[in-house]
Write a protein of this length. Sequence first.
Length: 306
Amino acid sequence: MTARVLVEVRGEDAARWRAALAAALPEARFVSSAEREVDYLVTWKPAADVFEHTLVRKAIFNLGAGVDHLLRVPGLPASVPIYRLSDAGMAAQMAEYAVAAVLRAFRGLDRYAASQAAGVWQPQPARERGSFGVGVMGAGVLGRAVLAALRPFGFPLRAYARTARAIEDVHVFGGDDLASFLSGCAVCICLLPATAATRDLFDARTLAWLPRGGHFVNLARGELVVDADLVAALDSGALASATLDVFRTEPLPPDHPFWHHPRVTMTPHVAAITLLRESSEQVAAGIRAVEAGAEPPGRVDRARGY
Ligand code: OXD
């Protein structure tokens, strides 16, 4: 029987996603949301009532790396497996962004920008790379790609992962070791998923575990950070900078202090853009795998929350 697929993406991208998925999976029947029963739901941030009118039989594919939005949708069927994108062109983008942020911090480019704005010619002393620790939180596909991209620069690398596993040339810290991990991060790059265990993880207490003058980079979810505590750490000079791609509310409200903070560099959730062709091909391969009785990559563990 032909697989029935519902693509539930809202906004201006919806038609592009439907066309790309239909091209990647020509053997399927793409149905409208009027259909009561489908085999597959392919979605990004679906409407809150999607499961009121749609029964999903076989699997849900999330068009993104993070499933925190999806796991909050009422009526999410408990027995249907969920798959999320795994890399699909995002790892290279994350790596580029993270390397740019680390090098900007290491070479003091923000200070030179401030000097230029003030019309001041002010060389800074060279830094010792061997004592400039760079830490990555989250050692999944994206975290490992970021670590690999950083390796050629010779910084001491560390990683923080729920379950510590060996990574070549990287000092890996496990779940209970957050304070030791953060204390060695001249730059801390957060790639952790938003779960019950990570929400508000970066507050006054944990931010204070970073070395004085450290740099905080959040490429994961805004919910991980207590904004007022981060602003206080930047205001006091405890932290030299924050590079933020994600926020509790997106778009960031116009009156939020991050917008004009001199120590904050912001981008609008673009560190790793979901790529249409790569993602559609991955979902198509996943649907074909399920149809063939195999297990595609990227299965979400609902108890863990990612
Ligand atoms: C995300 C994504 O999960 O863009 O934020 O993939």
